[in-house]
Design a protein around this ligand. Sequence first.
Ligand code: G6P
Ligand code: MG
Length: 225
Amino acid sequence: MWTKACIFDLDGVIVDTAKYHFQAWKRLTDEFGITFTEKDNERLKGVSRMASLDIILEIGGKKLDMSEKTGLADMKNKWYVDRINRMTPAEILPGTLEFINELRRNDVKIALGSASRNTPMILERVGIKNVFDAVADGNTVHKAKPDPEVFLKAAELLGIETARCVVFEDALAGVEAALNAGMICIGIGDKKILKDAHMVVRGLYEMDLNKLIILEKKLGYEHLI
Ligand code: G6P
Ligand code: MG
């Protein structure tokens, strides 16, 4: 097959940590009298911690200096970490391990590409840190999605050419990042939102190797092998 590696985003693809991010941001916005809704939270998906805070302050019409912002981001992260510290393997989203195992059996490399600096802790808590051949995350990469850096880094760590990597992403910024990297992108979520992705499924439970091969054919890659 054409695909040599699959790169997975973490939050919203492998685990549903968006709800924990929301709870922690909500605690912060409540303290500051900023109205922050689940709809606003959609804008934070795939966006780095500081950029998320900037969006929240913009919603609340507040201007703070860098040291105040760092203090708030640290506080939010402490609450978030308190929660993810209690995550268990039961929180891995349905179909994830089955699909990854099928890919592995077919010699496809597996990598993680996430903006989160808490990636190592989450992988550890849900017990999948050994599943990945490479991990590129917010600790090693600094340009936020839609910049392609995180996915290019994952491909580089794997030693696989970018055109033969497939990215799985739930965030609009992440889909753009994958396309900017010149990779195939499969969206996880709503077709109407992730319309630029090459294909969209509701969750990894809907994915299997056969669907990937059909997509490769549709995109015309089988002629290149
Ligand atoms: C992911 C999430 C974002 C989050 C970012 C940084 O991309 O989708 O909502 O802001 O990671 O996460 P961190 O754990 O470093 O605060
Ligand atoms: Mg995500």
